[in-house]
Design a protein around this ligand. Structure first.
Ligand SMILES: [Zn+2]
Length: 285
């Protein structure tokens, strides 16, 4: 297998980790081990309105409970808070935003969600504000990037790089972090295909063409009906809840394996190793 330097686990602490997160972490860990990559824990916490201390603590507790190792990044809440929180990298994100502004590739937009839906029933942004020349420093405006020359999925047309509250948006922070930490193996669920396309475009725009040499592995997700079944039988699918109900590590891995439709039971992330190809999706053209 091709060798890589660094991968990452990148949970968002806006809720307790659930079985889908466990599957994603297990796949990432297996692929990293198979390819010689170190694993970094990166907590995507910039959307502070949604972050709760309990959810951050839950990340450490759940990884420990499930014996999922990581090599870099915070080992506990204190290290997270003092060194690794994205709050400490806001300067890097703002530099990238300033660069986009200087390149003249962003425009301000004041459209509400309802206004975007009014223009396009599926909520695809049609570029309404592109030629309105709203001031970039105007209050409550988000910044969108001009994607006219890119071949992006509809959901990423003129995607937002700076939110209405002035904070950098997910596509930008995720890319800047991956560049900053030298991540060359990105493992994520298939629901993030569109994000990958947006982030590659953004990397090109910022002059980081080498980001295209990173590998992007998209994996299948737990099926929604499997999740529903589990919710009905177990009560919920957060690991926090299951732990409190007395489910062991082995039982939780078994639930993940069943929800993923595996033909044989698993009891650890390492058990996924021989099965890993089942989850990997081919690169979308
Ligand atoms: Zn607009």
């Amino acid at each position: 297998m091709q060798q890589f330097v660094r991968s990452r686990l990148a949970p968002t602490p806006s809720g307790y980790l659930h079985l889908g997160n466990v599957l994603s972490f297990a796949i990432t860990t297996v692929l990293a081990r198979q390819s010689g990559a170190r694993v970094m824990l990166r907590i995507d916490d910039l959307d502070q309105r949604r972050v709760r201390e309990a959810y951050v603590a839950d990340i450490f507790e759940t990884l420990a409970y499930l014996d999922i190792p990581w090599d870099e990044g915070p080992l506990d809440y204190r290290a997270y808070e003092t060194v690794y929180s994205q709050i400490h990298r806001v300067g890097l994100y703002r530099d990238a935003l300033q660069q986009l502004r200087a390149q003249g590739v962003v425009f301000a937009c004041d459209c509400s969600r309802a206004a975007v839906r009014h223009e396009h029933p599926a909520g695809v942004y049609t570029g309404r504000c592109r030629h309105r020349a709203l001031p970039l420093d105007g209050p409550g405006y988000c910044w969108r990037i001009d994607t006219d020359k890119a071949d992006l999925p509809a959901s990423m047309r003129y995607f937002i790089v700076r939110k209405k509250d002035g904070m950098p948006a997910y596509q930008l922070t995720s890319l800047v972090d991956d560049l900053h930490f030298g991540v060359d193996l990105v493992v994520r669920g298939e629901d993030l295909w569109d994000s990958t396309m947006a982030q590659l475009f953004l990397a090109d725009t910022l002059g980081h063409q080498r980001f295209r040499q990173a590998s992007f592995v998209h994996h299948t997700l737990l099926e929604a009906d499997a999740g529903e079944k589990l919710s009905k039988s177990a009560g919920a699918t957060s690991v926090h809840y299951l732990r409190n109900k007395g489910y062991s590590k082995t039982a939780i891995y078994r639930m993940v394996g069943e929800a993923a439709g595996l033909p044989q039971p698993i009891s650890s992330w390492a058990d996924l190793s021989p099965l890993i190809s089942v989850f990997i999706l081919p690169i979308r053209p």
